[in-house]
Write a protein of this length. Structure first.
Length: 105
């Protein structure tokens, strides 16, 4: 079974046990799960039982557990030969890694 969810303006196709990166958000103390309620579509592997929402499906949720933190560091180098121009910049995007545990349809 798969589901297409919307998170922070991005549509993501997920299956059970998939690990995805989502934007950083506050998670209540003592909780290690995230629930996605904006589910656009749900279907089975063979495509016979697909349901598509207008725009979202009612009473369908995707539950995921928090696995990790930020993403890897991205570096940017600019260089112009014979000009003495060199720039180096690094950036680490703030993400949360989650593992999908349940698709409740």
């Amino acid at each position: 079974m798969y589901a297409i969810i919307e998170d922070s303006g991005t549509q993501i196709m997920v299956r059970k046990d998939d690990v995805i990166d989502i934007d950083l958000r506050k998670i209540p103390e003592g909780s290690s799960t995230v629930t996605f309620e904006k589910v656009l579509a749900v279907g089975s592997q063979d495509g016979s039982a697909a349901r598509i929402g207008t725009p979202y499906l009612a009473k369908v949720t995707v539950t995921a557990e928090v696995v990790g933190g930020t993403a890897e560091k991205t570096t940017l180098n600019k260089y112009s030969r014979r000009k003495g121009y060199r720039r180096h910049k690094g950036h680490t995007q703030k993400h949360i890694q989650v593992r999908v545990t349940d698709i409740a349809a």
